[in-house]
Design a protein around this ligand. Sequence first.
Ligand SMILES: *Cc1c(COP(=O)(O)O)cnc(C)c1O
Length: 350
Amino acid sequence: MGRGVLLRYRDFLPVTSATPLVTLGEGDTPLVRSGSLERELGCGELYFKLEGCNPTGSFKDRGMVVAVAKAVESGSSSVICASTGNTSASAAAYGSRFGLGVTVIVPKGKIALGKLAQAITYGAKIITIEDNFDQALHIVRTLVQKYPITLVNSINPHRIEGQKTAAFEIVDDLGDAPDYLFIPVGNAGNITAYWKGFVEYRQASRASRTPKMMGFQAEGAAPIVKGRIVKKPKTLATAIRIGNPASWHGAVAARDQSGGIIDCTTDDEILAAYKLMASKEGIFGEPASAASLAGLIKMVGQGLRLAGKRVVCIITGTGLKDPQVSLRHVEPIPQLPADLNVIEQTLGWN
Ligand SMILES: *Cc1c(COP(=O)(O)O)cnc(C)c1O
């Protein structure tokens, strides 16, 4: 355990004898069976894949470890990315661990506090811009044309390679692919990667089938659903606040080849799923992660029948990254003197 995705899945990854088998212990994340929502939603079996258990708290580590290993292998001394937060946290961690300089460009004020704290503490060079992720990515793409820096956004194919290992793990845990996979969609690298993983595992006879890919964007940032670029994407789920996904075609291919869908949920639906997942299942995902469960709830509400079906929701990152969303949406918490009587009265216990 803790040997990392490069070693565990090297036969399916671009690993050569010159690739450093670097790891911070990414991958091998829990696939947890639902306690109560499974019955409420009428699923045969419902599982949550807890990608927040990765070293920096999101699935980005799976792809970053491969991208960084290949950067080191090619003799690169620094990496750069645009980020809504988690890519920068992951790049900063793996870069520092393996001796690379890390530069990140993030949209000002639209990055969750925990993610910014990570990038700062891991020692990345951080630039904030007064624009959105799509513009940050555009700038980064231009910079790597001019300077000898490795780009580690998911347009770097090694990122997709690493991220597909999450699909392998699901099949390895369940014994076959599930019937449905619900997943948040932002820049669309992850849905592209999962689909690649499921297809490769079926080709290798490790799975007998592939799941229907059910991707969910946020309503205010749903370019794939609308079929056009969204110039000013809006959602409280900052990790999927993207108006022009780099892997747009990959997401559409995953949808069409799997017989799935790409749809969207409102911020209210995302917030409701975020709370439900925590209060009913004990799972604290970040708001973007809740788009998968919000999507499942929406589909069941629209009549999708899941009796006898195996369903997996990807919980892409930990809720600890973005505590402000949680704290902004609570009832006031009572502040009392340290007085037993008053506390008992307030709790309604006497
Ligand atoms: C990056 C990210 C997403 C979106 O993944 P894409 O590959 O950009 O579609 C969703 N949730 C979290 C927590 C993320 O960090």
